[in-house]
Design a protein around this ligand. Structure first.
Ligand code: NAP
Length: 343
């Protein structure tokens, strides 16, 4: 049993504790921390009564009984906890974002490379979604020919009041940033953001929707609509246009209804339901890979790439210019062949 310590017992922290302790195979949650100790104690009592509750995340990381760390606290705290886990030589799964600035992500990359050990995985769960995996299989098998263009939509029925500023780019869009790089096995070279007419459903202080355009090294053109006040529901669309065919991301499974003179499918309202199964796959694969001593999921480099791409998109939005994305070469430390388990 992999003995896990979880830092952050908010919404996703509680869901991950439940998964890691009560649902998945090969792990147990032995330690819990939250800045709100009363909440951590309540969560421990309810989900994992034998776990020790720590007042400090750093003490949890240092505890000899904790073999691996899961960070589900606020984004602003991720850098310090991930760096502490690397310093302690312990594998760490960090929910997205890896850190809230590209500089902080690069600090983590540099610390991990300097440690010489592959320890960090980032919670970009779309790579574990069955529908994205089916679409990737079509691309990788060559069935579509070389991809030329990708058309995507990230639609959300509404957002909370704390969702403001450029969060469409820095909070919603990073999922597309990561999953499209993975899907296409390519990196981005430039970003442009176009602001369409604003919807009447958005708060006065919120820009919505956004149209984000990316160009990849191979010359693939990507357009992503991020629309977070889309009244009909939560809807993730992705269409890969190849030389020989077009691949569509499968729709979530739902019953086809003939009712009230209509033929219809339900559209999800809650983002959590769309990717619920992928969290299980993601953490089960993480547990299994930690036991092998490898990182097979999104790396710290992927977390850094996502942050740097989001920065370029924010700059592109405010400047109205096409902004180059100059991130440099991936360190060989993160080359796929190095990350795989030894044969
Ligand atoms: P949340 O409900 O606000 O939970 C965050 C928790 O962290 C809160 O209980 C907060 O305590 C605690 N916390 C803050 N500072 C801390 C510190 N220094 N030490 C220990 N605990 C601290 O947020 P959430 O929705 O669970 O999101 C958490 C992270 O997961 C975010 O980075 C978010 O982007 C990510 N996330 C990812 C996905 C995904 O699809 N991959 C989905 C949801 C969330 P207080 O509230 O008491 O201050």
């Amino acid at each position: 049993m992999l003995k896990i310590g979880v830092i952050g017992t908010g919404a996703i922290g509680q869901e991950h504790i439940e998964r890691l302790h009560n649902k998945l195979v090969g792990s147990t949650v032995v330690a819990i921390n939250d800045i709100n100790r009363a909440q951590a104690e309540e969560v421990a009592r309810r989900l994992t009564p034998a776990a020790r509750v720590f007042t400090s995340g750093h003490d949890l990381i240092a505890d000899a009984n904790v073999e691996a760390i899961v960070v589900t606290s606020w984004g602003q705290t991720h850098e310090e906890f991930v760096l502490a886990a690397i310093a302690a030589g312990k594998p760490v799964f960090c929910e997205k974002p890896l850190a809230t600035t590209a500089t902080a992500c690069l600090n983590i990359v540099n610390a991990e490379v300097a440690s010489g050990r592959h320890l960090v995985q980032v919670g970009f769960m779309r790579r574990y979604d069955k529908s994205y995996r089916l679409l990737k299989h079509q691309i990788d098998s060559g069935n579509l020919g070389e991809p030329l263009m990708v058309h995507c939509a990230h639609r959300n029925p509404n957002v909370p009041d704390v969702y403001g500023g450029d969060m469409a780019i820095t909070d919603s869009f990073p999922h597309e940033i990561d999953v499209l790089r993975w899907l296409l096995d390519d990196d981005y070279v430039s970003a442009q953001v176009i602001m369409p007419r604003k919807t009447k459903h958005a708060r006065k202080d919120l820009d919505d929707p956004h149209m984000i355009l990316l160009e990849t090294r191979k010359g693939i053109r990507i357009d992503v609509e991020v629309f977070v006040n889309c009244p009909y529901g939560y809807d993730i669309q992705c269409q890969v246009v190849g030389e020989d065919g077009i691949g569509y991301l499968p729709e979530p499974m739902s019953v086809l209804l003939r009712k009230d003179a209509k033929l219809s499918h339900e559209i999800l309202q809650d983002w959590k339901l769309r990717f619920i199964d992928s969290y299980d796959v993601e953490l089960q694969e993480w547990i299994d890979s930690v036991k092998l001593g490898v990182v097979l999921g999104p790396t710290a480099w992927d977390g850094y790439f996502a942050a740097a791409t989001a920065d370029a998109c924010v700059e592109a939005k405010h400047s109205g210019q096409i902004v180059p994305i100059e991130i440099g070469e991936r360190p060989t430390f993160y080359a796929p062949a190095v990350l795989k388990p030894a044969a």
